[in-house]
Structures are given as structure tokens and as C-alpha cells.
Design a protein around this ligand. Structure first.
Ligand code: 13P
Length: 272
């Protein structure tokens, strides 16, 4: 039985505008309230300029919201950056770090991603930390070495935050979330099969033993071409604790169906 509350997070990436967002958020709010998905955590992560709009539009809703990135420095002369304290000031609860698009196009390293995790945790933000191998790495048999390197670095940083680290309060186990996003599955329509996802998630969990709860408390989301048609089989896997959703998070009907699939898997596992 899964002991972890599933989480579905929408990463809007660099999409949306005020009119589009208003419509999407209205539909999501209504859908979540209609379906009553209390057994599920739901987060949406819009681009920075729309965080305040999303905060207003979701006030009083069970849907939480987060940012897609955070600066690893506290404040000061870093033109174009956004600090963890600014996110907290707006009421932000979550931040995504280490997305492969940033690792690739902004050349973010494991050290950069861990520094972002540390400062986010120090400010009480929940962290969704992304990992995943490229197609080339998978095809050349390096999936476990790549995932192992990424997870070990993040687990060390999360362990420090859980011990208190620079934090005002230690990071609770449920505020550190990993997202396994095989790069070859992102935006390609080619999701990992449920079996491949489970195999990767079990491997990732096996590296988390030093964390609070021995890694059993850490939610590991799957991301990469999750759609209403494949969500249920992915979320039914024992080590898949929800999803990080890109394209389908921009379509209210699809995102709600994916949330429904996660809620169904959660109540199915609780009923067993
Ligand atoms: P897609 O769901 O569009 O494949 O994107 C996944 C992703 O990158 C979420 O962070």
C-alpha cells in the first residue's frame, strides 16, 4: 500500500497570458471542487509574472501554486533573478528546481540545483527536484549511473535541509519531492511505459535511505508525456506517487482527468 499522498503538479513552462490563465484556473478550481480530491496534492507552476495572478485566483482553493525556478543567492545584484524570499513574500509554497530544460539550456549543474534546493528549503518552500536521463544515456546503458549521480547529490542536500541546515525549521519529509522526467519523454508524446517508470522510481528510492523516513516518505513523481490515457497505469505503480505534467497541464479537462487518475489510484491503494 502506498503511504504517500499523491501529488500532481502542472509545469506551465513559458506558456500562458492573463486571459488564458484566468480561464484555465477558473476551470481547474471548479473541477477540483466538483470532484473533491482531498486525497491528492495539486500544484500549478506558472511563469514568474503570473504568480500574483495565480495567487489571487486560487485564494481559498485547495490547489497550491509554485514557481518554476529560484535564484540560489539570497538577494542583491543579480539582474533578472528572483529570490526565495520574494517567492515566500507572495505566498508561494513550492518551487521546481533542476528541470532538464534548465540543466540543458541554462547549463545548470547538480551543484547549482542543490544550492537552489538549499535556499528554497531554508525559506520553507517545498521543492520539486527534477532528474532524468537523455535518450543517448539510456541507449548507452548509463541510466542508473546518471540517475544515481543526480539523486545522490539532491539527497545529500535534502538530508542537510532535513537536519536543519540553513533552515529556520528543518525541512519536513513531505516537502522534498523528486520528479523523474526522462528527457526523451518530455514533450515528445513518447511516455515511459509504466514498467520502465516503476523500474527507475524503485532505483531512485533505493538511493534515498539516508533521508527522513528512509526514502519511503519521499514522493517520486513521473513526468514526460503524461496524458489522461496513460496516467492511471503510471500512477498505479507502487513507487510512482503522482506526476509532473507539462503540455496536458494547459488543458483543464486533461489536467483534471490526470488528477482524477491519481486520486483513484490513491483511494484504490488505501482501500486494499
Ligand atoms: P510534457 O508533459 O509536455 O511531456 O512535459 C513534461 C515536463 O517537462 C514537466 O516538467
Amino acid at each position: 500500500m502506498k503511504q504517500r499522498k499523491p501529488l500532481v503538479a502542472g509545469n506551465w513552462k513559458m506558456n500562458g497570458d492573463t486571459v488564458f490563465n484566468d480561464h484555465l484556473l477558473g476551470e481547474l478550481r471548479a473541477g477540483i471542487e466538483r470532484e473533491s480530491m482531498a486525497a491528492l496534492g495539486i500544484v500549478v507552476c506558472p511563469p514568474y509574472p503570473y504568480l500574483a495572478q495565480v495567487a489571487n485566483r486560487l485564494a481559498g482553493s485547495p490547489i497550491e501554486w509554485g514557481a518554476q525556478n529560484v535564484c540560489e543567492r539570497p538577494n542583491g545584484a543579480f539582474t533578472g533573478e528572483v529570490s526565495a524570499s520574494m517567492l515566500v513574500d507572495l505566498g508561494c509554497r513550492w518551487v521546481i528546481v533542476g528541470h532538464s530544460e534548465r540543466r540543458q539550456s541554462m547549463h545548470e549543474t547538480d551543484d547549482d540545483v542543490c544550492a537552489k534546493l538549499a535556499i528554497a528549503a531554508a525559506h520553507g518552500l517545498g521543492v520539486i527536484a527534477c532528474i532524468g536521463e537523455t535518450l543517448d544515456e539510456r541507449e548507452s546503458g548509463r541510466t542508473e549511473s546518471v540517475l544515481g549521480r543526480q539523486v545522490d547529490a539532491l539527497a545529500r542536500a535534502a538530508h542537510d535541509a532535513q537536519r536543519g541546515g540553513d533552515c529556520a525549521a528543518p525541512m519536513p519529509a513531505e516537502r522534498f519531492v523528486l520528479a523523474y522526467e526522462p528527457v526523451w519523454a518530455i514533450g515528445t508524446g513518447r511516455s515511459a511505459s509504466a514498467e520502465i517508470a516503476q523500474q527507475a522510481h524503485a532505483f531512485i528510492r533505493s538511493r534515498l535511505g539516508a533521508l527522513d523516513g528512509g526514502g519511503q516518505a519521499t514522493r517520486i513523481l513521473y513526468g514526460g508525456s503524461v496524458k489522461p490515457g496513460n496516467a492511471r497505469s503510471l500512477f498505479a505503480m507502487p513507487d510512482v506517487d503522482g506526476g509532473l505534467i507539462g503540455g496536458a497541464a494547459l488543458i483543464a479537462e486533461d489536467f483534471l482527468a490526470i488528477c482524477g487518475a491519481a486520486a483513484a489510484c490513491s483511494s484504490a491503494s488505501t482501500a486494499r
